[in-house]
Ligand binder design. Structure first.
Ligand SMILES: Cc1cc2nc3c(=O)[nH]c(=O)nc-3n(C[C@H](O)[C@H](O)[C@H](O)COP(=O)(O)OP(=O)(O)OC[C@H]3O[C@@H](n4cnc5c(N)ncnc54)[C@H](O)[C@@H]3O)c2cc1C
Length: 407
């Protein structure tokens, strides 16, 4: 392989570049990124960057020494808009074409938007530019902030806005925040964290429309139950969609991400996908850890021209909200039982002073873990779970057969 092109110059793209060089690829390496920035870390954007506790210098994922050592051509501020059906040319928005022998797709996901979100004061939070704009808006005195969506990004953003002294309301369509991820019992704890943080949580109702002035500045959020929440700032945290639009017309199978086998290899052996955009063995994860773990296997398989190793690992993510650290690993399903095995949940539904560790079980076996403010116990239990799943030969658990069968 003489040229490898990585499309997406962020977390998983950078890790893929590192792996290529570490695994001995000494050919031409091209990295295409739509954003004008060198790779930076997204998790602080909703946390310390928003509150002003971390500045931009703390976000960088790489430095000049490493950039030089990677010896890559960085094509930044330009979007790829096509991959030819054989996977041998990447077409760029500025009219250039990169001829290539191998491709790593690392284009991540984009924030899902609400209709009418073009009003001033309405924000999403995915990129550094998004975070800069929101941070600037939040420094203009005390504001009424409405966060739409009680998922991780919504909860973290609400927590940061409350810390900055703003009046914050979170609107969540489900009866509890993080219900699909954590199940009722543990989602109740997350609802209690919002209350502890002084944030009003409005659940079980959707958003009908955003209201604005004649000069197109947001003034409120109309709910489907007929109420209107006044707002100076609205943040939509309603999930992300994988960035696959540019691959239309390629030979790849696209279905909520780029479909790959267990080793991140797509329908074309010389094209692999990693990170938030990749549906690996039937599952797409939007977690920092998956984006950093998948590139190793993906690059091994890319350089081999076939799938030698699997990239399926036990999912893990963390979230920081209202001074609590939430950590989760494994895969829970509806019907799993959950119980606290260390620490406690208080009568108010809040984590006890030294947090807690909860285990999700199915057929008598642990399938997932949740830790809140109990990092050491969580780490120990996470290692145990990884060992058990590996011994049982179910590191990533079962695939969704309908989706992988398409490949
Ligand atoms: C605000 C925020 C907070 C987060 N906090 C946590 C956390 O606490 N814990 C956790 O586990 N995870 C967290 N995550 C998720 C984590 O950051 C992502 O899983 C990770 O960034 C995925 O990396 P990626 O490289 O696959 O995709 P991305 O980081 O999305 O990068 C994809 C890159 O590809 C570029 N691109 C897209 N399309 C094209 C194209 N056609 N041509 C060229 N370039 C293109 C994009 O501009 C982008 O720069 C957070 C994410 C956000 C947004």
């Amino acid at each position: 392989m003489r040229t490898v092109t990585i499309v997406g110059a962020s977390l998983s793209g950078l890790y893929a570049a590192r792996e290529l060089r570490t695994q001995g690829f000494d050919g031409r390496l091209v990295i295409v990124g739509e954003e004008p920035h060198h790779p930076y870390d997204r998790p602080p954007l909703s946390k310390d960057f928003l509150t002003g506790r971390a500045d931009e210098s703390r976000l960088a994922l790489t430095d000049a020494d490493e950039t030089a050592a990677l010896d890559a051509e960085w094509l930044l501020g330009v979007r790829a808009h096509g991959l030819d059906p054989r996977g041998r040319s990447v077409l760029l928005d500025d009219g250039r074409t990169v001829s290539t022998d191998g491709v790593v797709i690392a284009t991540g996901a984009a924030a899902r938007r609400l209709p009418g979100d073009g009003l001033a004061g309405v924000h999403t939070l995915r990129t550094l530019d998004d975070a800069r704009a929101l941070r600037a808006d939040l420094t203009r005195g005390s504001r009424r902030v409405v966060v739409i969506g009680g998922g991780f990004i919504g909860a973290e953003t609400a927590s940061s806005c409350a810390r900055l002294g703003h009046t914050v309301t979170v609107v969540e369509a489900a009866p509890l925040p993080l219900l699909p991820q954590l199940g009722t019992d543990m989602a109740t704890v997350c609802a209690a964290l919002h209350r502890r943080g002084g944030v009003e949580l409005v659940t079980g109702t959707g958003v009908a429309a955003l209201r604005g002035t004649a000069t197109a500045t947001v003034t409120g959020v109309d709910l489907t139950d007929g109420r209107t929440l006044p707002a100076d700032i609205v943040i939509t945290g309603i999930g992300a969609v994988p960035e696959t639009g540019w691959l239309a017309g390629s030979a790849l199978v696209l279905h909520d991400g780029v479909l790959c086998d267990d080793g991140c290899v797509t329908a074309l052996p010389q094209v692999v996908a990693v990170g938030d955009v990749a549906r690996v063995g039937g599952t797409r994860a939007e977690h920092w850890t998956s984006a950093t773990e998948q590139p190793r296997a993906a690059v091994t398989n890319l350089l081999a021209g076939r799938t030698l190793v699997t990239a399926r690992t036990v999912p893990y993510f963390w979230s920081d909200q209202y001074d609590s650290r939430i950590q989760f690993t494994g895969r829970r399903r509806e019907g799993d039982t959950v119980h606290v095995t260390e620490g406690e949940i208080t009568d108010d539904g809040l984590p006890g002073e030294s947090g807690f560790l909860a285990r999700y079980e199915r057929d008598g076996r642990t399938v997932a873990l949740l830790g809140v403010d109990r990092p050491r116990a969580f780490l120990r239990a996470r290692r145990e779970l990884q060992r058990e799943l590996r011994q049982d030969g179910r590191p990533g658990e079962e695939r969704r057969k309908t989706e992988t069968a398409v490949l």
